[in-house]
Write a protein that binds this ligand. Sequence first.
Ligand SMILES: N[C@@H](CCC(=O)N[C@@H](CS)C(=O)NCC(=O)O)C(=O)O
Length: 227
Amino acid sequence: MPVLYKSDASPPARTVLMVSELLGVELELRELNPVLREQDAPPYRQKNPMRTVPVLDEGDFSLADSHAIVLYLIAKYGKPEHMYLYPDDIRIRARIHLILFFDCGVLFPRLRTVMAPTYGGKLGELSKRMIHNIDDAYQMLEEYLNDGSYLAGDAMTIADLSVLTTISSLHGLHPVDEKRFPKLTRWLENMNQKEVCQRINAPGSQLHVEGLKALMAHHRENQKSKL
Ligand SMILES: N[C@@H](CCC(=O)N[C@@H](CS)C(=O)NCC(=O)O)C(=O)O
């Protein structure tokens, strides 16, 4: 059985967990704690030189990056009834790829800028710059949603699931302002009602946000006691 190295709090791991669930793929789940940098250990590093979570491991083949993993899982296990997740219309696919690259290259890095110093015990609260960059990403999503209620076409695809996991953590740290971003707010409410999102994404994102907030509070206490 393929192994998935994951942490429930990790947004990209949550994407893979939701997609594998929707595909009905059985995975052996192994916990890896990115806060403790367990991903730096040599055996894991061999599987994933990028040293990130999640990683899919089939023994003679391993694959990192949630976006690459979900595309692989769909190619390998997708049946006709799963094609709504990745329809074969080439323009819809192109749009899905755009949004996956957006999540990987723009959205998630804005969350990572908060996560890295928080895990390193160096951040007590979001800086103005961080908030500006997060709002700027919300604005991009607001505009991507201009032409529909989903990010690629008129039904939920892996693009929505991928962005949802990142946005859920960002939203927990800096809430999406309903007045400024009404389409994003509606999209988020709609996605949060889906059964798989409630069962897998919601508890993981709560864990993630609570963990980050606790570390920030701890840093603030430390700073106070130094005064
Ligand atoms: N683009 C990657 C991002 C993976 C990633 O950065 N995961 C975080 C945990 S949420 C991690 O492993 N961080 C450790 C690091 O960046 O060194 C994906 O989609 O899988």
